[in-house]
Design a protein around this ligand. Structure first.
Ligand code: AMO
Length: 438
């Protein structure tokens, strides 16, 4: 292995064009394949933007150079200085004739997982060697898109006057119900990993910050092992003051719109690699009330009682009959968490909403209860002890404006935009019922 020294890449593969013909470039990456034909060898070098061909010619380069470059193990990392030459026979239209190269990272053989092999490895094998799995362009494409989605949401937040905040992840109380909590030892006290920034983002509404967003981890000790659930996911959260659920939905639909728009602009080739596409949603997104959903479900041949949560079968009927992205509004109050504001004139239903993509839920949100007495009552109704929520309730006692917000699962949105069927494809190192390593 050689030190990098002052060698630096000055071109990514995708940056090289006919403008570079006959000039010297420094490229760097992983050796994807070597085809040695005896007198001439083709070495495929991959970086995050693509693959190029290095051509080594025994007569031109000499025996030693030729042997050294053709005997490198696949997936070793090299830095190469070489001349760009036009070559019609190569898909990219050029090849690089190396002048010098350094081996800066040697790969052991055999590889635990192939990068370009046609045989598909199962998910566990892939995740066990995730650092290699992520070298595959179709796997990396998902994370390039995920990055665009997050940037697109941030862009909306910044434009709409939100400030970015970070709330604690080690906490003393449950937010989203007591069953799905991971316990932690906090010195001599019992603590939990936070399920959602819910209580903290609401408390921030009492500060005058007015509009906050947080993109951070959320932990759920859910036992079930599905293609839609993780035990650690990234939650995109907002909270806004002097606002109701419609205002919050307005920000959400802008985020979704911008995420799809930016992905189509920035990640055209990644979407092509994934063989997927998604239409830019028309705004405003359709709002369908919970009761209207029941009617649609009934028309679809499935019957359920008012107040029940939608089982997957019912969700599928909805997904088939309503345009892709839609809101479900006006939920039964008892089906939503304690912090959801009931309608003043009909407290059986509340100002909570979900954002759906077909049968998949991607966001929950609501206008919140800002009256402390109602909040205490709601806690008790749901079998929770207001005393345990004192730190939260205190923030409502000294001037709390009405407010609303939502939480959007980054992996769920990425799944939808990339067309992935398993949520594990949308997180680098998934945490699920069985997986804690790597
Ligand atoms: P909720 O519990 O519905 O609401 O979560 C909000 C969104 O987070 C994502 N999500 C998950 N993603 C992957 N794996 C999981 N186990 C998982 N659980 C949830 C989903 C979901 O729609 N405090 C409220 C939000 C709010 O009202 O502001 C909350 O957490 O995309």
């Amino acid at each position: 292995m050689e030190p990098l020294g002052d060698w630096r890449r000055n071109k990514f593969v995708s940056d090289i064009s006919s403008d570079d013909f006959e000039s010297e470039v420094t490229v760097a990456g992983w050796i994807q394949d070597i085809r040695n034909l005896g007198g001439i060898a083709f070495i495929l070098l991959r970086d995050r933007t693509g693959v190029l061909q290095l051509t080594a010619i025994k007569k031109h380069h000499g025996e030693d150079f030729f042997r050294k470059i053709t005997t490198l193990a696949r997936e070793s990392v090299i830095v190469v200085k070489g001349k760009v030459q036009p070559n019609e026979q190569v898909a990219s239209g050029f090849e690089i004739l190396p002048c010098e190269f350094k081996v800066v990272g040697v790969a052991k053989t055999p590889l635990p997982l192939g990068v370009v092999d046609k045989v598909e490895a199962d998910m566990d094998t892939r995740l066990d060697s995730r650092f290699i799995d992520l070298r595959k362009e179709e796997i990396a494409a998902v994370f390039k898109i995920r990055s665009t989605i997050l940037a697109a949401c941030r862009e909306v937040f910044e434009k709409e006057g939100f400030i970015e905040v970070h709330t604690p992840k080690i906490v003393a109380t449950a937010t989203e119900g007591g069953t799905a909590l991971f316990q932690a030892q906090y010195f001599e006290k019992k603590a939990y990993l936070n399920q959602s920034p819910q209580l903290y983002k609401q408390m921030l509404m009492a500060t005058g910050f007015d509009r906050v967003y947080e993109i951070g981890p959320a932990f759920r000790a859910e036992e079930h092992d599905t293609t839609r659930h993780l035990n650690e996911f990234t939650s995109i959260d907002i909270e806004m003051a002097f606002a109701d659920e419609e205002d919050a939905m307005g920000i959400l639909e802008k985020c979704v719109y911008n995420a799809v728009l930016k992905t189509r602009e920035v990640n055209e080739s990644d979407m092509r690699i994934l063989g997927t596409d998604i239409d830019i949603p028309a705004l405003p997104l359709q709002r369908v009330t919970y009761s209207e959903c029941l009617d649609i479900i009934k028309e679809g041949g499935y019957y359920m009682n008012w107040g029940e949560d939608f089982p997957m079968e019912a969700m599928k009927i909805l997904g088939e009959r309503i345009p892709d992205f839609f809101f479900i509004t006006k939920w039964p109050t008892k089906s939503k968490p304690f912090y959801t504001q009931p309608f003043e004139d009909n407290p059986e239903i509340c100002r909570g909403f979900d954002l759906q993509y077909k049968e998949k839920e991607i966001t929950s949100g609501a206008q919140r209860v800002s009256d402390v007495n109602l909040l205490k009552r709601r806690l008790e109704e749901q079998g929770l002890n207001p005393k345990e929520f004192k730190f939260y309730l205190d923030a409502f006692e000294y001037g709390m404006p009405p407010h609303a917000g939502w939480g959007l699962g980054a992996e769920r949105l990425t799944m939808i935009i990339t067309g992935m069927q398993n949520i594990r494809e949308c997180v680098l190192f998934p945490r699920d019922r069985k997986r804690l390593v790597p």
